[in-house]
Design a protein around this ligand. Structure first.
Ligand code: FES
Ligand SMILES: [Fe+2]
Length: 352
């Protein structure tokens, strides 16, 4: 369904049925989605710590080069952070008293009295995990909560002939995951926030864009004038198809007039109620000798910092109720996003 102007007008005037602000920890439904915890290659010899939805996690590889395991980062014995430990003989070792667990979190050894029976509840609290798109994904919801509500999005360009992969970085933001998604579907900010990279305040006018609800969230199609593209100078226009997979994953499919394809995978992860992180990978149809990966990453490093400088200064709470802000024609994406979050937290939306 394409959202028409009439419907948008109606959106503004419709009574809001939901909370005024979205606080993630108040809605268990957010535990039922996959979030990228880190790049796969961030997990090598030792355990690493990440926080997702306020839950501190430990991520490790029981076998070098093998699949990851993920658990709560808290030892059942005396609460030590397991990420301070190490991996030995396929076991995760606690740094405090040396208890050991296997890949499934079962207790394998208590070194002080190795032959004594293991206490009940000595095992780890495991978290569902998988690796895809060069990232480690986790879903906090256990079986009792129904597990994941949606599969990971398909990205047709990933591994397709003619496409190369440019893993970028993980950038941290002092704002909610919703603010960062909203920023990424906000065409109006580019000319101003990114005036030193690819925006131009004197060229802020937008053209009409398409906006369509989908089973996974929504998609927008637009033509965006830009002053530069990574590692280059000179204005051009990018035809962008932006998919938002609720709640926080985005795939931006950009095509330039010369045929260059540039896809941005933006895996936005809520760290807690007030912070988020983005793990970003780019897919391109050109070659390293055409545009070095280092140029692409350096460009986005500056772009993300430009967004962070602004987003980190916004009020902490994310508004859902339309009456809390003023909305102009350029805010259709944002209004739909807020409406879909409202539907999600009031049980009126589920992924198709
Ligand atoms: S706190 Fe982990 S073994 Fe004692
Ligand atoms: Fe931005």
């Amino acid at each position: 369904m394409t959202i028409t102007e009439t419907e948008q007008t109606a959106t503004r005037e419709t009574t809001h049925h939901g909370p005024d602000h979205l606080v993630l920890s108040e809605h268990p439904v957010f535990r039922r989605f996959w979030y990228a915890a880190c790049f796969s290659d961030a997990v090598t010899d030792g355990p690493v710590q990440r926080t997702v939805l306020g839950r501190e996690l430990v991520v490790w590889r029981p076998v070098p080069g093998g699949p990851v395991s993920v658990a709560w980062n808290r030892c059942a014995h005396r609460d030590a952070p397991l990420s301070m430990g190490w991996v030995k003989d396929c076991h995760l070792v606690c740094p405090y008293h040396g208890w050991e667990w296997d890949a499934q979190g079962h207790t394998q050894r208590i070194p002080q009295f190795p032959t004594a029976p293991h206490p009940t509840k000595s095992g780890l609290t495991m978290v569902r995990a998988q690796e895809r798109y060069g990232m480690v994904w986790v879903c906090l919801a256990g079986e009792d909560e129904g597990g994941p509500l949606a599969d990971l999005p398909e990205v047709p360009e990933w591994g397709a002939p003619g496409w190369r992969t440019v893993p970028e970085k993980q950038w941290d933001f002092d704002c909610t995951a919703m603010h960062l998604v909203e920023n990424n579907v906000d065409p109006g900010h580019v000319a101003f926030v990114h005036k030193n990279t690819f925006g131009n305040p004197d060229n802020a006018e937008l053209t009409e864009a398409e906006l369509e609800r989908t089973p996974y969230g929504f998609v927008t199609r637009s033509e965006v004038p830009v002053e530069a593209r990574p590692g280059e100078t000179g204005s051009t226009v990018r035809s962008t198809v932006s998919q938002v997979h609720l709640p926080f994953f985005m795939a931006l499919h950009i095509t330039y007039p010369d045929g260059l394809g540039h896809v941005m995978l933006k895996a936005i992860t809520p760290v807690d109620d007030e912070r988020c992180t983005i793990i970003q990978t780019v897919l391109r149809t050109d070659r390293e000798e055409d545009r070095p990966a280092a140029d692409i990453v350096a460009f986005d490093d500056v772009v993300e910092q430009e967004d962070a400088d602004l987003l980190n200064r916004l009020p902490a709470a994310f508004p859902l109720a339309p009456r809390l802000n003023a909305h102009a024609k350029a805010d259709r994406n944002s209004l739909l996003l807020r409406r879909m979050y409202t539907e999600l937290v009031t049980g009126r939306w589920s992924p198709g």
